[in-house]
Each structure stands twice: as structure tokens, then as C-alpha cells.
Design a protein around this ligand. Structure first.
Ligand code: 2HA
Ligand code: ZN
Length: 271
């Protein structure tokens, strides 16, 4: 039986998440985008909806062929998602050959999917290889995380290690660390490929001087990762470089990870 898409729990949660991200100051103007794989079993009625328009995909999306994706509109403002979700969000079905996406709902008035569709679809592909329950990719311009990329070494190891030291939950929440990319031009397939390469081993990929991507099995999980990374980066920015008198030392990070039984990146510590 068809249901009102706006009433669907996944849509309600997506709308709420966009509002929360806007209010945290992470999605100014048209900054940021979200895409979410919709459970085909639960919302199979989507397959009966007519395709309103088709978008060609310039990269290979065959690993997500046939899947339904809720995505933010290119150029949309997160601030406006709660006010007019059908304008600012869309539901796509990736074609069986992975070369196009059919619009089933939303993007009213000629809208297109997010400009970062390559990074999203390629990241979904990478994360699904690691985690069959993977569902969500989010991108935002979390202020302190971006600030940190100006004053911190950008290797995955050094960046992850500092974030882990900034508060005790970090190694528990992201024991695999975070991936960091140097500055690149946004919206390109090149940055999409580089992001997906990081997503093979991490659920968080930081874009230096730009923002952060996070992936998870639910909106809560992806959003929670963003919050934790941004909290750690905020502490780093607040304490200032060189002013550190106390920190979480490597043998303590090891005990912490062992106490919470997380499989952390041991080569990120110097023991
Ligand atoms: O949607 O954030 O990275 C605008 C962006 C591009
Ligand atoms: Zn961005």
C-alpha cells in the first residue's frame, strides 16, 4: 500500500537531521548534502512509482543499481528542508545499468541531485563492501573540523591521533580513525573517487579546508560521528596549540580501547 512519503519515518528523520545540522552551523547557505539508501523491503511501494525525470550519471553506479536513495537537492539550503522538503529533497532509483537515476519524488521545479553525487554514490559503494547495514552518507562544513585542517598535519594517522586525545569517547566512537584528504576541487569525480578510497577503511573522511563526510548504518550513526569529530576538533581549537599541559597518552588510549573492546588502529599509537 502506498503511503505519504512525507510521513515515512525515514523521511521524517531525514528532514529533522537537516534541521539539526543547519542549527549547529555546519550547513551555511547551500553547504552540505545527505544521501540515504532506503530499505527496499520496507518501502517496496517506491518501485511502483512512475519515473518523473531521469538524470544521467557520469560515473559507474552499478554497485548501487536498483537501489532507492533519498538525497538533498543540488544548491538546496539545509535551512529550508523543514520548510519545503519536497523541493529540497528527492528520491531516486538508480537504474539497473547504473548509468542513470530516475526521480520518483521531490526536487519540485526542475531540481537536480546534489553536486557531490559522485562522492556519495562512490562512498555508498565502498561502505557497503565493508558493512552490509550501511545506509547513510552525510557531508557538512563543521566549523572547527575545517579550522583544524589549517593548523594540523593532514596524515590520517596524525589527525586521528590528535582527535582521539581530545576527549575520551573518540577512540571508542571511531576506533578505526579518520581519513583526511588534501584540499581538492569539490563536486568533481576526482574528489568522489578519493573520498570513496578513504571510505574503504574509515567512516569519516575530512576534506581539508572544506568539510567532512561521515557514513553510517543510520542517520543517528552518521550524525553522531560528525558530532564527535566536531566536538574533538572544537576542543583542539579552543585549547590552542602549544598550550597543552595534560592529554590522553598513548598507553591510556590503549587501555581505553581495550576497556571498551574496540578494534582500534594500533599503528596510530606510539607504544
Ligand atoms: O553542496 O557542500 O561540497 C555544496 C557543498 C559542496
Ligand atoms: Zn561542501
Amino acid at each position: 500500500m502506498a503511503m505519504d512519503i512525507l510521513e515515512a519515518p525515514f523521511m521524517q528523520e531525514l528532514i529533522r537531521t537537516c534541521g539539526s545540522m543547519y542549527r549547529l552551523g555546519w550547513n551555511e547557505r547551500n553547504g552540505g548534502n545527505i544521501s540515504m539508501i532506503i530499505d527496499e523491503g520496507e518501502f517496496a511501494f517506491l518501485g511502483n512509482l512512475p519515473i518523473l525525470r531521469n538524470f544521467s550519471i557520469s560515473f559507474d553506479a552499478k554497485d548501487v543499481a536498483g537501489r532507492f536513495l533519498a538525497v538533498t537537492r543540488g544548491g538546496s539550503y539545509f535551512r529550508n528542508v523543514e520548510i519545503d522538503p519536497a523541493h529540497n529533497l528527492g528520491i531516486l532509483r538508480i537504474s539497473d545499468d547504473g548509468k542513470s537515476a530516475g526521480l520518483l519524488w521531490g526536487f519540485t521545479g526542475e531540481g537536480q541531485p546534489t553536486s557531490e553525487l559522485s562522492a556519495h554514490i562512490r562512498s555508498h559503494t565502498a561502505r557497503l563492501r565493508q558493512d552490509p547495514h550501511h545506509q547513510v552518507v552525510t557531508h557538512c562544513h563543521a566549523t572547527n573540523t575545517v579550522a583544524m585542517t589549517y593548523i594540523h598535519e593532514l596524515s590520517d594517522k596524525a589527525f586521528s591521533h590528535t582527535l582521539w586525545q581530545m576527549e575520551s569517547e573518540c577512540i571508542v566512537v571511531f576506533p578505526e580513525g579518520v581519513g583526511v584528504l588534501p584540499w581538492m576541487i569539490q563536486g568533481s569525480d576526482e574528489i568522489g573517487k578519493a573520498t570513496a578510497a578513504k571510505m574503504e577503511s574509515y567512516r569519516v573522511c575530512i576534506w581539508a579546508q572544506h568539510g567532512v563526510f561521515a557514513a553510517g548504518g543510520s542517520l543517528d550513526e552518521a550524525f553522531g560521528l560528525l558530532e564527535t569529530v566536531e566536538k574533538a576538533a572544537t576542543i583542539y581549537i579552543k585549547i590552542g596549540r602549544g598550550g597543552i599541559m595534560n592529554t590522553i597518552r598513548d598507553h591510556e588510549l590503549k587501555s581505553l580501547a581495550e576497556a571498551f573492546k574496540v578494534n582500534y588502529r594500533k599503528d596510530f599509537l606510539s607504544l
